[in-house]
Structure formats: C-alpha cells, structure tokens
Design a binder for this molecule. Structure first.
Ligand SMILES: *Cc1c(COP(=O)(O)O)cnc(C)c1O
Length: 351
C-alpha cells in the first residue's frame, strides 16, 4: 500500500500465475505448456525477424498473421483480432464487450483470470456453480445477465461441452455477448468458430500458447463478426497499438501454417493423456474426463496440498488450487511419456 496508488490498485486481486521455478532436473507439469518445442519453421521465422528491421515498428494491424489465422479457420481477416497472449485478448473483451448493467456470468470453478479482470474493469459478476459432476450445465445460465464467458474445455477441470451445447447457450442469449475461451480446444474438443457466421453475439478466443507450443511468444486471437472485433480494436487502439512485435507476428504466422507439427504434437499429447489417466486410475485416483492438455485428479486417501508438496520434494511440480470443492485435486499438465513416467514413479513412492 502506498499513498501514491490510484484507489483502484489497492482493491485489485491480481492473478497468480503458476510458478516458473529454476531447479535442475525438474518435471514441470504446472502451467500447461507443451512438452514439445514449437514448430521449426516458426523458430526459423523468429530468427529471420531478428534483424535491422527491428528498428521499425511492427504492422499495427498484424495483417499477415490475421490473414493466416483467417485462412486456417475459414473466416475473413477482418473477423480476426490478435493480441499479446489470449490473456490480453480476454482483457480487451472484458473491457469492450462484457461490462453491462446486468451481471457477467462465468462458472464458479474456471479460469481464475476472469474474476481478476472483472475486478480490474469494475464489472459486476455472478459465479454460476458447476454441477456435482464438475460440469457446466447451460440451463444454469438461464438467468438475467449482461454477458457470459466460459472456457471450453473448462479449466482446471478439463471437461468439454459438445458443440451442440455451446450453440444452445449462444442461441438462448441473443441479447448478450457470449465469449468462448478455447485455450484447450485442440486437444479433443470441437471449436465454435464455425458458428460465428450464424451468431452475431459469439466471440471465440484461442491461443498459440498451448497447442502451438509458443507460450513464450505471447500470441492469442479472437474470431467473431465485425461489430465484436471492432469493439476489441477500439480498446486495443486506446491502450497499445502495437501489442505484437515483429518476431511474434512472424513466428505465429509460420506456426499456424505448420499443420504437420501441430497434428503430430497434439496427437502425442492426447495419447499420453489416455495413458496417464489409466495409470492414475490404477493407483486409486479419480480423474475427470479431460479434453485438455492436463488432467484434474484427486485421491480419496491423500489431500491435494500434501500430494503437491510431496511431489515437489521429488522435483515434480503440479498445480494445486486451495479453493473450496477442488482443494483435493491436482491439475497435472500432460508432459512427455518420460515426464509422466517420473510423475507416476514419484506417486508410487508417496502413496
Ligand atoms: C492458458 C490459458 C489462457 C491464456 O493463455 P495465453 O498464454 O495468455 O494465451 C486463456 N484461457 C485459459 C482458460 C487458459 O488456460
């Protein structure tokens, strides 16, 4: 606290990202990064961008990247908005689209950046409880609201909604913007992007951080009809006209064109997820059905906090949330087969 702070600063509850510890021989399964490197062509494009042109500002419209994303997803470049990680895209969506007289709705167990952004932008929000199976029931969203945001698949549960359910939610709320945060969609879910031409209220947000293995580059995007995208552009150009540098634009453009690496790595992660789920279940864990690059699991005989601490002693880092209903769960990122093997070996010692 300081007398120099703007009044809002003392009221903020900043998001706490998963830690990035520097330990030798660490098995890092806490922040849903890809265990496989980025596309080689993306790395090459980033190296090429590191030249004398860096003295020049980047394209403020990021047209090349937006065009490539548009082609990949069958929309127009004008229907694509890009930002410095999907966290920034989400922040602009909160400011541009999600603040209304009626409350914003999102699940009670969900991405913990949502309450943070609601606080930052002074948005009145209502948390809608997941049902007893930790699932989103879209019937629970039939209540007065100004806007809705939810991740599909949800985080940290990993549970996905079928596209028909997403469409029903979007169709049932024609007066409200509905934002679907698809950070994990490429690991088995079905994207809502094909619904964009049909629904003026739908905004779909995706990221290069997970399935494209570029968390360090900071690139995310949103797809929606022009009026929603224009709202994001108005906020962006009132905040930072150049959110993506030259290296980020070049690297992400090359990454989205590398379909082969994308398919190979996500298939490996999906296969390892099935294997890890089986191994955890054999040891008595309850594992929620995941469509993401992580699993959410609890053991009836061991509190989550203790398990996380004991894994840490063995240089295996997973994510634990000290929150009601989920305090006994661990969120475990799908690593390589070798990393998941080391997790299982550590669990065998602990259990
Ligand atoms: C990881 C994640 C994001 C954002 O990631 P960026 O690295 O900022 O693109 C957004 N939503 C959810 C639910 C996530 O888990």
């Amino acid at each position: 606290m300081s007398k120099y702070w703007s009044p809002i600063v003392s009221r903020l509850k900043p998001y706490v990202p998963g830690e990035q510890p520097r330990m030798a021989n660490l098995v890092k399964l806490n922040t849903n990064e890809s265990p496989y490197g980025p596309s080689q062509s993306a790395l090459e494009a980033i190296r090429m961008a590191a030249g004398a042109d860096l003295r020049l500002y980047p394209d403020p419209l990021a047209l090349g990247l937006r065009q490539s994303i548009a082609e990949r997803h069958g929309v127009m470049a004008e229907e694509v908005f890009v930002g410095n990680g999907s966290d920034e895209v989400l922040a602009h969506a909160f400011a541009a689209l999600l603040k209304h007289d009626q409350p914003l709705l999102y699940p009670d167990i969900s991405y913990s950046f949502y309450p943070t952004y609601a606080g930052l932008f002074g948005i009145d929000a209502v948390e809608v409880p997941l049902n007893d199976a930790f699932r989103i029931d879209i019937a629970d969203y039939r209540r007065p609201s100004g806007a809705i945001i939810l991740p599909n698949p949800n985080a940290p549960t990993g549970i996905g909604l079928p596209l028909a359910e997403i469409e029903r939610l979007v169709a049932e709320h024609p007066e409200q913007p509905v934002v679907i945060d698809e950070a994990y969609i490429d690991f088995g879910g079905e994207s809502a992007i094909p619904l964009v031409p049909k629904y003026a209220n739908l905004l779909v947000v995706q990221t290069f951080s997970k399935s494209r293995a570029l968390a360090g580059l900071r690139v995310g995007f949103a797809i929606g009809q022009r009026p929603l995208i224009e709202a994001l552009e108005r906020v962006k150009d009132s905040f930072n006209s150049y959110p993506l540098g030259r290296a980020a634009q070049a690297g992400a453009t090359a990454a989205i064109k590398d379909e082969a690496w994308f398919e190979e790595t996500r298939a490996r992660i999906i296969a390892t997820r099935a294997e890890l789920t089986r191994e955890l279940e054999k040891r008595g864990f309850e594992v929620l059905p995941s469509l993401a690059n992580f699993v959410f699991a609890r053991h009836p005989g061991h509190p989550g906090q203790t398990l996380a601490a004991k894994l840490r002693e063995r240089a295996v880092i997973v994510r634990h949330f000290a929150k009601p209903r989920i305090e006994d769960f661990l969120r475990i990122t799908i690593g390589t087969n070798e990393e998941c093997g080391r997790l299982i070996a550590a669990l065998d010692e602990i259990l």
